[in-house]
Design a protein around this ligand. Structure first.
Ligand code: SF4
Length: 381
């Protein structure tokens, strides 16, 4: 993604959405952890786990977007899948409208997905090639009780196609995925998510697999829908420039830990954490002069045996002995902007979500143990 965060301006959102988020988040993740057991090659080998997400908290508000930014393998997708209830958290709580989300029966998951929908990264594999557009959009309508006849299906599917700018809708309703471009497929995937009239949209890199020429169109579509439908959006991206364009608040993740967060303008224009500075220095921007290119040392570490303390310390040009010993607490930088880095102080050891919707800090509680699960896949994230 190459949105120029120096020159691009976000379109104005209409009055009635921006800045009017209520004090209560619609969804929260509190102290979430996710560990994946690694499949053992030998029966007597020691059980290892992938520490994919460590003690993370976030909050989503109606009509607002929170960007979750980081490299591949930083744990962003795992967070989205926990919130979508595709993964069960190893520890921590997910709340929706202030109530803890519980139950894994088919009926409770169906009820949850009436409110929370996930848009996948790959529009080529998220649609079944053997079914047409009508099937993909009418199935959620029927499953969630929004349509009871073929005539109602047709009416609502046409309205959904219009909503995602696939027009004339009558020409798209009979098409199959192979007859659509990547951008058109992603619009169908977005329409499918909207079919259940959700309140929370978890968008996992929704434009990263699209041609550069149509990414901005799809981002603008999501911005409009967020505004019109008052959707709470989690926008996952590795492109920090698109985070500023799309989201009011930004949260930066590195190797399963959140390291900086706050209002997007503040985090991206005045990055404090060395990892955020590295991400921004690596993003193409012809207008930027003030931030020098930082040396990119090494790669994201193994999450089976992650570095102690601050996980960024093997790559950090400012690493100090204390960085290897423990994870820094959260330091408040003012205006809702915060970071976890010893360069700005010791920080406070706390981690509940704040009014900006983004926060985390290393908990003082011990991480939970993970019981081996032969059926669980080994993952890098
Ligand atoms: Fe670098 Fe230490 Fe800050 Fe981590 S805590 S980013 S290692 S200075």
């Amino acid at each position: 993604m190459s949105l120029d965060h120096g020159a691009q301006q976000r379109p104005q959102v209409s009055a009635g959405t921006a800045g009017l988020a209520g004090p209560m988040p619609i969804m929260e993740g509190v102290h979430l952890r996710k560990y994946f057991p690694v499949r053992r090659l030998r029966p007597l080998a020691q059980q290892q786990v992938v520490h994919a997400v460590e003690d993370m908290s976030l909050a989503l508000y109606p009509g607002r977007a929170l960007a979750l930014v980081g490299e591949s393998g930083s744990g962003k997708t795992t967070v989205a899948r926990m919130l979508a209830r595709l993964y069960e958290p190893t520890a921590g709580t997910i709340t929706f409208r202030g109530e803890a989300v519980k139950g894994s029966s088919r009926s409770s998951l169906l009820a949850y997905r009436r409110h929370v929908q996930l848009i996948f990264q790959d529009p080529f594999s998220s649609l079944n090639p053997t079914h047409g557009v009508r099937y993909h959009l009418s199935r959620p309508l029927r499953l969630h009780g929004h349509s009871h006849s073929r005539a109602q299906d047709t009416e609502q599917v046409l309205a959904l196609l219009d909503k995602v700018n696939l027009s004339p809708a009558s020409q798209f309703i009979g098409k199959f995925p192979h007859q659509l471009s990547g951008g058109q497929r992603q619009r169908v995937a977005i329409a499918r998510a909207l079919a259940v009239q959700p309140e929370v949209l978890l968008a996992d890199e929704p434009v990263s697999m699209l041609d550069v020429s149509i990414r901005l169109d799809v981002l603008n579509l999501l911005l409009r829908l967020k505004d019109e439908e008052r959707l709470a959006v989690l926008f996952i991206t590795h492109d920090i420039a698109s985070a500023r364009y799309f989201a009011e608040n930004t949260l930066v993740m590195y190797a399963g830990q959140t390291v900086e967060g706050g209002p997007s303008d503040s985090v991206i224009q005045q990055p404090k954490h060395p990892y955020t500075q590295l991400l921004i220095s690596a993003a193409p921007d012809a207008t930027r002069r003030e931030l020098a290119q930082l040396p990119a040392r090494g790669e994201i570490p193994s999450l089976i045996t992650p570095p102690t303390g601050c996980r960024f310390h093997p790559r950090c040009p400012h690493a100090m002995p204390v960085c290897r010993e423990r994870f820094p607490g959260r330091t408040d930088l003012g205006g809702g902007h915060w970071t976890n880095c010893f360069l700005y102080g010791e920080g406070e050891m706390s981690g509940s979500a704040d009014s900006t919707g983004v926060t985390t800090a290393e908990s003082t509680t011990a991480p939970p143990s993970v019981s081996p699960s032969p059926s669980s896949p080994a993952r890098n994230e």
